[in-house]
Write a protein that binds this ligand. Structure first.
Ligand code: PXG
Length: 457
């Protein structure tokens, strides 16, 4: 219990929130109509509690990030000790500190071979902004300033800053003027369900990768700086790559000498059953962006892992790298990230995801393929999606799009399960410590909600 916050009722908190708090990704009119937000008070393991005392199984792990689960006292203790010793110092002008040095070294040991240097920031968006700047700077320093274009993909999510939103392949992220920024283009993403193809078909894997090459040829390879992709697209709807996709995308990038940025913000730190999605799909990135699971959300911290090609060039290029954030490599966040990594390692959480969570979610959620509302189930490790459909044969969505997924999502929330509706899909990304029994509990609540929504339709 945190004494600082103990004296206000749920209703008073909701009213104050409605009066003074603007929320990310929220329809504020609808929020007010519904009487304000659900106020979450505490968490333990995979569960959350709200001001009404209801227990909720967090099927989204916060927001794809609370990999080690809630209520880990060790992280608070480490943060406390670090705040006492050195609450803050910057890493700008030829200074450093113990936590950031140790974290850099530690990440070098976990990331794929070839990624040995780390630049720190505070969010996934900032990591992707940094990557964009590094690749354009790299090419300019090589005397190739025309290589500026970044190829992203439709359905990608890469953040909400100006560069991050530009990199997103979701139309809603470009709904203000002048986004995307110049020099960011989007190839078709490997979304089998949407393309009317089979997610397990290697021919589709090759075709989807060829869409990247088609975009390169359209722009002219000589103008392209980099390709950016999530190993598995997360917020776009857990879009898993079809077989052979990443192998071929990498061949294409190599053939045209295009740098590869892998956005591991969701896939990193065990989510796909290896430390990084790049290891699951055998990807050798030039730059690797990470955040979320790096601290399991206990502190805001992110990083870009930098491969030798760019790191060596940076070290060779005279002058200052004029980029960074006050809190790049924040000592408290770095200390917490280190402790989080220790826990993941000590408790064998990555193996747990590969051996238990993934297979169990495949079985439990996969069984719902037979449900009348469900068209496809897909995922890997601790990230899964159900694609709902009005017609399994034509794959037609419901009208209006997303209406049924939103109903199921709202009912799940009422019955104590957090999921997220993405278009006509439902996504799941629970804390990675989830047990098989808790996955069963999740599937049971979900099945009941699907049944009841189907009956009401
Ligand atoms: N890359 C990826 C792959 C992400 O999933 C970001 C970058 C940006 O990270 P920050 O820390 O700047 O938010 C993300 C974030 C959703 C949702 O609705 C997902 C994210 C953020 C907000 C909402 O699923 N992912």
């Amino acid at each position: 219990m945190n004494e600082r916050f103990k004296n206000r009722t749920g209703e008073a908190l909701k009213a104050a929130d409605l009066s003074h708090h603007l929320h990310p990704f929220t329809d504020h009119g609808a929020l007010a109509d519904e009487g304000g937000p659900r106020v979450i008070t505490h968490g333990e393991g995979v569960y959350l509690w709200d001001t009404e005392g209801r227990r909720i199984l967090d099927g989204m792990g916060g927001l794809w990030c609370v990999n080690i689960g809630y209520g880990r006292k060790e992280l608070g203790e480490v943060a406390h000790r670090q705040m006492d010793k050195l609450a803050f110092y910057n890493t700008f002008f030829k200074t450093s500190h113990e936590p950031v040095i140790e974290l850099s070294e530690r990440l070098a040991g976990l990331t794929p071979e070839g990624i040995n240097d780390f630049f720190f920031a505070n969010s996934g968006s900032e990591a992707n902004d940094t990557a964009l700047r590094l690749v354009r700077g790299y090419w300019a320093a090589q005397g190739r300033p025309e290589r500026q274009v970044i190829i992203s993909r439709k359905f990608a999510y890469h953040g909400s800053t100006v560069a991050g939103a530009s990199l997103c392949g979701l139309p809603s992220m470009h709904d203000v003027p002048s986004l995307p920024i110049p020099g960011v283009v989007h190839a078709d993403g490997p979304y089998a369900w949407h393309a009317g193809r089979d997610q397990h078909d290697p021919v589709y894997g090759a075709d989807a990768a060829d869409a990247v090459e088609a975009k390169i040829l359209e722009i002219g390879a000589e103008n392209v700086a980099a390709f950016i992709g999530e190993p598995v697209m997360g917020a776009g709807g857990v879009i898993t790559p079809p077989p052979g996709y990443w192998t071929r995308v990498q061949e294409i990038c190599r053939k045209h000498d295009i740098l590869l940025i892998v956005d591991e913000v969701i896939c990193g730190f065990g989510r796909t059953g290896k430390w990084f999605g790049s290891q699951t799909y055998d990807i050798q990135p030039d730059l690797m962006c990470m955040a979320k699971g790096m601290s399991s959300g206990y502190q805001p911290i992110s990083a870009v892992g930098v491969g030798a090609r760019i790191a060596d060039a940076l070290r060779r290029t005279p002058g200052v790298l004029s980029h960074g954030f006050t809190y790049s490599g924040h000592p408290v966040a770095a200390a917490v990230a280190l402790e989080n990594i220790d826990i993941i390692e000590r408790e064998g959480i990555v193996d747990h995801v590969r051996e238990k969570v993934g297979p169990s979610m495949r079985t439990q959620l996969g069984a719902l393929t037979a449900h009348p509302l469900v068209g496809e189930v897909r995922g890997i490790g601790g990230m899964w999606a159900l694609e709902l459909t009005a017609d399994k044969a034509t794959r037609a969505p419901f009208d209006p799009l997303g209406s049924v997924a939103t109903k199921v999502r709202n009912l799940c929330f009422e019955r104590g399960l957090v999921t997220r509706a993405v278009r006509e899909g439902l996504v799941f990304s629970p804390p990675l410590i989830i047990t098989e029994a808790q996955i069963e509990e999740m599937a049971e609540i979900l099945t009941g909600c699907l049944d009841d929504v189907a009956t009401a339709l």
